[in-house]
Design a protein around this ligand. Structure first.
Ligand code: CTP
Length: 211
């Protein structure tokens, strides 16, 4: 299969030197890319800014903003069989990006934030024969309900539920939830191990989607 993987954070600039972002390390996405290549798949890795070296053999597109992530995913999607969306996308951006560097004025500054594009939902709208595996980062007690809602809204085949402790960590503990709402697999341990097991699950689940 040819697998699209999104990884890392996105950045949304307030001016030319300051941005909103999050602590995503990109480790889960990069480990999945490595595991997919090792399993003989082709990988298109679209990554926000991270301190990792992309695995040899992946077709890599580096992006910063959510709009750039969307454009790169849109371009890659027609030639892919499926997507694993691990990117920690910045959901809001400052309404305005000021040129240069905003100077202090001595009074408080109010920032107006507007929603960014939902990249995975966009891919879901152009899904065709392809499969989609999303990630849901949930902190609350309604984690399962929220994850299942995201799965449906983004037209995913399955969603991987993980917790905020995963962000920036070397380890992860995940559940794979299918469209029925049922948890069909659980993996935990170092992200490299979780990635290999998850990739194996994905390979088996979507083998018949191959063109
Ligand atoms: N995602 C995306 N584009 C966004 C937000 C999220 O592509 N603007 C993708 C993520 O890569 C992930 C899935 O959607 O695969 C769910 O991301 P998550 O952050 O858990 O949820 P959100 O949709 O951002 O919802 P909320 O922040 O309200 O929990």
């Amino acid at each position: 299969m040819r697998i699209l993987i999104t990884a890392g954070p996105t950045r949304e600039y307030l001016d030319d030197v300051r941005y909103l972002s999050n602590a995503s390390s990109g480790r889960m996405g990069y480990a999945l890319a490595e595991a997919a290549l090792a399993a003989g798949h082709e990988v298109v890795l679209i990554s926000g800014p991270v301190a990792l070296h992309p695995p040899a053999g992946a077709l890599v597109r580096l992006v910063e903003t959510t709009d750039q992530l969307l454009a790169a995913c849109d371009a890659a999607w027609p030639d892919c069989d499926g997507v694993i969306a691990t990117a920690a996308v910045c959901d809001y951006r400052p309404r305005e990006r000021f040129p240069g560097k905003l100077a202090k004025t001595g009074v408080s500054l109010e920032l107006e934030l507007v929603e960014t594009a939902d990249v995975l939902a966009e891919l879901g709208r152009k899904k065709g024969h392809r499969w989609i595996v999303g990630f849901a980062l949930e902190s609350e007690e309604f984690a399962h309900i929220n994850a299942i809602r995201k799965l449906k809204e983004k037209n995913c085949n399955a969603i991987v539920l993980n917790r905020p402790t995963a962000i920036g960590s070397a380890d992860n503990s995940v559940e794979v939830i299918e469209r029925s709402g049922e948890t069909v697999a659980r993996f935990s341990g170092p992200k490299t191990v979780v990635a290999a097991e998850l990739l194996q699950w994905i390979s088996q689940a979507f083998a018949s989607h191959e063109a």
